[in-house]
Design a protein around this ligand. Sequence first.
Ligand code: NBP
Length: 494
Amino acid sequence: MSRVDIAQADIGLIGLAVMGQNLVLNMEDHGFTVAVYNRTLSKVDDFINGSAKGRNIIGAHSIEELVGALKKPRRVMMLVKAGQPVDDFIDLLIPHLEAGDIIIDGGNSNYNDTIRRTAYVESKGLLYIGTGVSGGEEGARHGPSIMPGGSTDAWPHVKPIFQAVAAKVEGGTDGSPSAPCCDWVGENGAGHYVKMTHNGIEYGDMQLICEAYYLMKEALGMSNEEMHGTFAEWNRGKLDSYLIEITRDILGFRDEGGKYVIDLILDTAGQKGTGKWTGISALDMGIPLTLIVEAVFARCLSALKDERVVASKVLSGPSLTFDGDRQAFIQDIHDALYASKIMSYTQGYMLMQAAAAEYGWNLNLGGIALMWRGGCIIRSAFLGKIKEAFDKKPDLNNLLLDDYFRAEVEAAQPGWRRVIAKAVEMGVPVPAISSALAFYDGYRRERLPANLLQAQRDYFGAHTYERIDRPRKEFFHTDWTGSGGDVTSTTYNA
Ligand code: NBP
């Protein structure tokens, strides 16, 4: 099908790169007619004459033509490069749309932009959705995780399409075997915020797996084949997840010459932004998102390859060989990874709960676990347990206080501690695993050393402190040196 004059398409899609093309084909598989447009028009023709041939997909050569092909209320989804192109397309679309029509951004936009764009589009009488779409090319084609937020009134019009094309998993609240990994997340930027947090958690999960691999390789001297077997075994248990599965496959993969590809890959990683955005948001709101931030910093440290090569020849550390029970230590690494993963998701949920309060979002926390349960990079059996925790107690304040997770951490704790102790002794860096334990040990302490910190701040900056024997919000200052006055600081923050 190519150009038509009657409005018959269920949805329009702008942006025929890898995500756009695959999502269009997925929508069409599910019985929806899709009109498509792309800035570079030749890509429209290539698509229509290529993989879209013979399908209910309509090629448009202008925004006007695209909009004209749509049933009302019109739904136009953009899958273009995040940033200015999204704003540009919004402005191109607005003059052609009418009240109640819906503009959807499915790219990796920053949630602050989505908050701004929702208000802008709504001010024009239209509706807006900013949605995370996860799972890459494969997910877009066969079932992504979709995390939509924006104008709440838009959701009923988009829900049938999004839920049809999304990944499906067992574990709906009604116990149904095919719950879609897509539900309404919340107002304005909530969908993109949750997608950002998903990506941050992805950073954490990947770093934790890398540290487990490094311990096996450096501390135990395991071969790729042995590690391949261990990850295969782990993938049949509590750690069952997409990332463990691909790690298993990566470790067993050899090139044509029989060499393990993993050993040929340069050990430096970049970071594209969403992990950093997650960390910045956590710092802005004062949430201890230590694990994801450590994962970002671990990538930054890896990127200093040239410096590390020089330092490796100058700086010393222990050179020990492992002399314990290898099988027992592999189980300890498993437990350390598992417990750290629980910390990471605990922190991620703390962040989303804080963001909900900050931005006035009514976040569906159990639903988010279900949305991540399939179709995306962090999909895992474990997320089903998080869903259960929020089903049991929708106002659960912290995942660690859920009976299941509390017991799981308790059981994993001895091995987790042994792994960190051994890693420190042997000089193997495990920043995410160890910061996860530091978080746990901090969170479970009634009293931390911040009393001394407050004393220091009051000493040098007259910053005042609260007392344990007086009500909160009463502030005191001590003349620590005998030469200070009784004037306190209201602005100085160290
Ligand atoms: P890209 O992010 O590579 O974007 C390509 C599309 O953006 C093309 O349609 C291109 O048009 C258009 N575009 C660009 Br580039 N600059 C433009 C401009 N100045 N004005 C108008 N259009 C412009 O595509 P993608 O990888 O399919 O990703 C689409 C969105 O989905 C992105 O936001 C991405 O971050 C997100 N995402 C991607 C993945 C993934 O695995 N790739 C996964 C999840 C989310 P042209 O053809 O005329 O150049």
